[in-house]
Design a protein around this ligand. Sequence first.
Ligand code: NAG
Ligand code: NAG
Ligand code: NAG
Length: 956
Amino acid sequence: MSKKPSIILLLALCATAVAGTPADAVQWSSYTVDHSQSIAGGLAYTTQVSLSSDALQEYGPSFQQLSVQVTPETAQRLHVRVTPVGQQRWEVPESLVPRPGAEASLSSEQLSYDVLDLAEGHPFALHVIRKADGANIFDTRGHRFLFKDQYIELTTALPADADVYGLGEFTNPKGLMLPRDGTKLALWARDISCANEYANLYGSHPFYIQTNADGSSHGVLLLNSNGMDVSANATALTFKVIGGLVDLYFFTGPTPEEVVRQYHAVIGRPALPPYWSLGLHQSKWGYSNLEYMQEVVANYSAAGLPLETIWSDIDYMHNRFRNAEFDPHRYPVHAMSSFVEGLNSKGQHWVPILDAGVAVSNGYSAYEEGGKDNIWIRDHSGEETFVGQVWPGPAVFPDYMSAPGVAPWLQKKIQRFHAQVPWSGLWLDMNEASNFCSGMNCKPDVAVASNMHWLDMQVPKDGNISVLYKMLSTCVMKCEQPEPSNSLAFPPYAIQNYKGPGQPREAPLSSNAISPTAMHADGSLEYDAHNLYGAAMAKSHYEAAVEVTRKRPFLVSRSTFPGAGRYTAHWTGDNAGNWENLFYSIAGVINSNIWGMPMVGADICGFIDATQDGDPWLNDNRLPDAEYEELCNRWAQAGAFYTFSRNHMGYPARHHEFYRWPSVAAAAGKAYGLRYQLLTYIYSSLFLAHSSGGTVLRPLFFTSPGDTAARHAQQQWMVGDGVLVSPVVTPGTVSISPYFTPGAWYSTWDYSRIHIEGDVGQAVQLDVPLGDIAVHYRGGTIVPLQQYAVVTRDVRVSPVTLVVALPSGTAAEDAAAGVVPPYAAEEFCRSSRQENADRLVACGVLFMDGEEDAPVVTSDNSLQAQFVTVAASDARSGSVTSRVIAAGGDAAAKLQIAAVHVLGVSSSSDAAHLAVRVNGVEVSANDVEFDGATGVLKVSGLQLAAGQSLELHWST
Ligand SMILES: *[C@@H]1O[C@H](CO)[C@@H](O)[C@H](O)[C@H]1NC(C)=O
Ligand SMILES: *[C@@H]1O[C@H](CO)[C@@H](O)[C@H](O)[C@H]1NC(C)=O
Ligand SMILES: *[C@@H]1O[C@H](CO)[C@@H](O)[C@H](O)[C@H]1NC(C)=O
């Protein structure tokens, strides 16, 4: 009866050698392999396993039989699904994460992995290895494997000297690498300040990357939206999940960046944000009226700082904080509309907030229409609308995941809002979804009169509404509490849901959330779908925004799930204004990139003005004013190199717009001056992530994965392939020793070169007085640089200088040193390196489109060019050539290359014999400048259309 594909027979021999005998089975695996069956022709097969012994019966009985579907999907991607036989289980809907399936005509020789140990009669284990070296990708042998209705336990072995990262969302005080002390990290979307270490935060990303000692890396996704705990110790990593399926994807890399690209091919590649969204954003909860906001805009302008976008937090909202409705006194529609039109005419933008909850409020169209359209999440009985509380007070929650009427309802609401005041983007908040009440079927608690007077309270025009805000974040509703026996509210295994400092972990699932007993339109339970609320809200808003604006949407969502990056950018949430949180932001933005949301930033200078996560209303433990100014100075500079760069603060926080202090204004001016020159480079990097997957903000060690010291260089990050940022993140510091991986690095400020020889990196001491930040180009990259302007609209069309940062070693030497050279994942660059192994090779990319911000990028509406430099190994001569992939739209017509700067030209070069030819024509000596001491060659006076091919040669 067992009919196995030949691959299994082969592997079974291998398995016998390594696995224990069936008699050992009872000690670990609960299941034994029955038989395997291939699936119609391909490489996929199914194995059935049966329960041989049960454990942890206090969490319920284990399923008797499981079906294990093994599907090789690509040469680098394996999909394994484990489902109980004959049971319908919840799984992440295809509408949110469409599954890509297997590539056609894949042969077993192509696979970079093997699956072992599925031999009949053996204890069931998932054992996946990398073929090239036999290293384990995933190995559950020797560990418990349990699959119950509300408890799944799955453990894989981890080498002690491997590093693991990418799981979240949580704040890890140590940086990027997961703790290996067994700390249980919960995944259960929660509205809580990200200043809380190890707390389960806004998003849920059950994905990790493992980088082994030698740098080889692989990734694992457990595609499951249920609550879970994940923990790692010196030898193992364990998932404890309270529902759904074991739905695993393995990605074999082998570089960390390739793992990320392979991961994004499953969850969806990130949206490309509009160009303008790369400008500087200013926001505050507590801009109490329009006049105040106008002053902020004017003060930025007076300080000569490039404010691109002013944001409105909930302050703009009418009566009890109705989403998408303006307060008639503080933000009158007509005044708002002319204010925003004025901003737009100057190239500036306005972005308002939308909260997840919709105010229960008569006369509020979004509420009344939603009731008619039947789109609210319902109480478990299915009869009553689920009511909770968020800023609007009593609130209902749209079922973005499955209510059929939700799309037209949202489009109408968004359309009306945009017709009133033309917002440029939308900020999606409180979408965990946050609920200030816990329990079911909540009703306003009219018995408590003091809690109710806000229902009629008008917000004063001067806007001191702190009393109102504070009151509204306390539950004023009366909710039914579920019986202790309710297994949805109180599953047998309690995850480490974090409620706050000093409070016990294992808070109920309903804590600060929609009740897990609530129901969606398609019958799915909030228990299963809770972690998807933010992603579903983002998808719905993306689709509505495209319909309404016909432009590429700009959304920023707090809660996310794998795949949300196809629709939205992210910010790291409610951080605190202290040095620790500046440091935490680095791992925060890198993780978001790994999760497919490369457009990300932390609130610059901090949201909560406290050194610890105290009561944000009390601002206890604030930094002293002088130190706060220093923090904001350093944070302005670091934040200038987040992809999404926004200064934002909470209601009671000290004002920290950059212009508030001359020193901070100067520091911001310097850092944003460079950022704006790099906008097109950043945009091009985001385009690569959008089209091929991968990160933009990434750890330095991605350039040299085997360099374990580089993994501890956690106060730095790369922006794309070519720029390294090394900010100051500690007080009273004017000298730092950032780490540099092997090769050449050039200061962006003066082109001075750091050369790291050999195959390990080293720390290099740098002076960074207050107001300065260390930023370097990586040798081997070509960076398009433009000219600073106060709005991105003007930067976008300014002349381009190509900065060619020559590497210090040949392509072959780089390979021998184990470094991952820039643009290694891009075919054009890889092949240039292969063809020129004994030469110096540098690569770059330029992507640009026009102000129409078309929702879909095509070769008709964009300019796409690739640049390659090939130089002699002595760097005395070389060429810069471009290959134009697309030359569409007004960008191609407008953009010109005006100069080329080559860094790292041999200092033995003789300036007198220097010759530069561009497209066959000798460049006049007046336009060529060469400094033999620094090795910098500058060619200027060019007027080359960026949409046409370029060929520049230099020789000495
Ligand atoms: C690590 O975790 C695994 C799985 O929970 C456990 O079996 C093992 O004993 C732990 N090892 C250490 C050193 O704590
Ligand atoms: C703007 O600047 C003026 C002049 O310095 C100052 O009086 C005012 O308080 C500032 N307002 C804001 C909102 O920054
Ligand atoms: C606003 O009012 C609260 C209490 O009513 C008071 O404590 C606070 O100082 C006021 N804030 C400002 C900025 O005036």
